[in-house]
Ligand binder design. Sequence first.
Ligand SMILES: NC(=O)c1ccc[n+]([C@@H]2O[C@H](COP(=O)([O-])OP(=O)(O)OC[C@H]3O[C@@H](n4cnc5c(N)ncnc54)[C@H](OP(=O)(O)O)[C@@H]3O)[C@@H](O)[C@H]2O)c1
Length: 235
Amino acid sequence: MMLKGKTVLITGGSKGIGYGIAAACLEKDMNVVISGRKVSDLKQAITELKKISDHITYAVADVRNLADQEKSVEKAIATFGSLDVLIANAGVGHFAPIETMTSELWKDTIDINLTGVFNSVKAGLSEIEKSQGYIITMASLAGTNFFASGTAYNASKFGLVGFTQALMLDVRKKGIKVTTIMPGSVATHFNNHTPGEGDAWKIQPEDIGQIVVDLLSMPERTLPSKIEVRPSIPK
Ligand SMILES: NC(=O)c1ccc[n+]([C@@H]2O[C@H](COP(=O)([O-])OP(=O)(O)OC[C@H]3O[C@@H](n4cnc5c(N)ncnc54)[C@H](OP(=O)(O)O)[C@@H]3O)[C@@H](O)[C@H]2O)c1
């Protein structure tokens, strides 16, 4: 894919990994729409990202709501004329042993991390087919490695890996590429963390941004469908 002038919608683009992907796409002269729930965070991100390029706008949208996702796609089309790439990145982490994992936290995790991706894909698929574009989902190494206190998060990310690989088989013959990225620890605001100097050993959000633009730049004939990425030297 020639990246210049192509339009990417990034869910959860106001912070962390989504923000890093937005910056990498702007560096490649792409048009970017970031979405999320908190308008103040979206506006703050836009102010910073406009230092790279002003080909960026935002949509206030909750991935749990299909209509919100449809409005985000409409915003991309109205602003930039097409939708070429969807990065279904928004996600949350609720970790607790099963004894204290509440129904609310379970539901929030599955609704955002799994059904939220389904909603974003359903909203964007026909436009992505028109543009013969690309869908990338943000899973996790927690989609293949299970751990204590991970019932909800593991279930959501194992499910997301399965969803994305099945999606890939459904749509690749229509000219749509699909990849799931499975990162280990990334220095972000995930799970109420504040990134700082102590996070230097982790993957940085811009590193995931680089993976995304590398994927988008692959020859048309080749599809890396599942990517595991981890810190070179774990703490
Ligand atoms: N950080 C890691 O170590 C790591 C590792 C592997 C995978 N991941 C995955 O990477 C993705 C991004 O996480 P991150 O680390 O970048 O976290 P982050 O820094 O906390 O950013 C999360 C982003 O998602 C948005 N978001 C959360 N719930 C949303 C909802 N219901 N609707 C729309 N947007 C929503 C947030 O904005 P609002 O709160 O304003 O909505 C924010 O923009 C997640 O899917 C996570 O599971 C993270």
